[in-house]
Design a binder for this molecule. Structure first.
Ligand SMILES: Nc1ncnc2c1ncn2[C@@H]1O[C@H](COP(=O)(O)OP(=O)(O)OP(=O)(O)O)[C@@H](O)[C@H]1O
Ligand SMILES: [Mg+2]
Length: 244
């Protein structure tokens, strides 16, 4: 069934989450990871999501990217209600529109850094894509001398930068990044955050970045605070209170 475009008002949200719910079942135990989350992100915005470990940030990331189905509520991304898309349509939408940086990198162990980045281009059908763009982002991310290394031959921070290059290689409309600076020292964090900021500003990409780190979160135009599966006010986020 073809997806139906949802027409919204003038200030059209690029990402709209409404009352999102997700519960995990482990044996008899239920974990309510998201307990009714609603927010919207405008096209071209850079939004940070912060919150303590276990507050549901990665779960939100998976739902926004259409990698997991919600138990309730909806995600509309660029006019597509993800729940109405078939699996094949969701996969196509992801390849065309979203660049993912996963918390655990998800690099392919047998491929070197160059191929780990280029494979995103092949999967999306971009072929050789834009070689100048490849060179630019690998240079900006300080990877030029590491392109022949496999993930096991890279430091954690280098793997993280390869994962970011892979996410950006297709110039996606949306970048979803889960802890892109989680393994990095402050110098490398600045490189990664600067790269996200640059692509947000130069390519108009909408960026949603999840982070533990309050200083990293400040790179965003706006910060969403999560706690226990819900969005809370900044003063209800204990980590934030300490930071301020
Ligand atoms: N696959 C799963 N099965 C069962 N429970 C899960 C699963 N994934 C996450 N959870 C639980 O859901 C809650 C939210 O997890 P989530 O990974 O979204 O948190 P997070 O905010 O990303 O944490 P962190 O900052 O440590 O990455 C946690 O209590 C976690 O234990
Ligand atoms: Mg997480």
């Amino acid at each position: 069934m073809p997806s139906c475009k949802i027409l919204t008002g003038m200030a059209e949200a690029f990402i709209e989450a409404k009352n999102l719910r997700k519960t995990y079942h482990v044996g008899k135990i239920e974990v309510e990871a998201l307990r009714g989350i609603s927010f919207s992100v405008q096209k071209g915005e850079f939004v940070s999501v912060v919150g303590p470990s276990g507050s549901g940030k990665s779960t939100l990331f998976y739902l926004l990217g259409g990698l997991t189905r919600a138990d309730g509520g909806s995600v509309v991304l660029d006019g597509d209600d993800l729940a109405t898309l078939s699996d094949a349509e969701r996969t196509r939408m992801r390849k065309r529109k979203i660049g993912f940086v996963f918390q655990k990198f998800n690099l392919l162990p047998t491929l070197d850094a160059r191929s780990n980045i280029a494979i995103a281009r092949e999967i999306s059908g971009n072929g050789d894509g834009d070689p100048a763009h490849f060179n630019r982002i690998t240079d900006l991310l300080g990877l030029t001398k590491r392109l022949g290394h496999r993930p096991s031959e890279l430091s954690g921070g280098e793997q993280q930068r390869v994962a970011l290059a892979r996410a950006l290689i297709n110039k996606p409309a949306v970048v979803l990044a889960d802890e892109p600076t989680g393994n990095l020292d402050s110098k490398n964090s600045d490189v990664v955050l600067g790269m996200l900021r640059k692509s947000n500003q130069e390519l108009g990409q909408t960026v949603l970045m999840i982070t533990h780190n309050p200083a990293a979160a400040e790179y965003g135009d706006r910060i969403i605070h999560m706690r226990d599966g819900q969005i809370v006010r900044p003063e209800e986020d204990p980590q934030w209170a300490l930071h301020k």
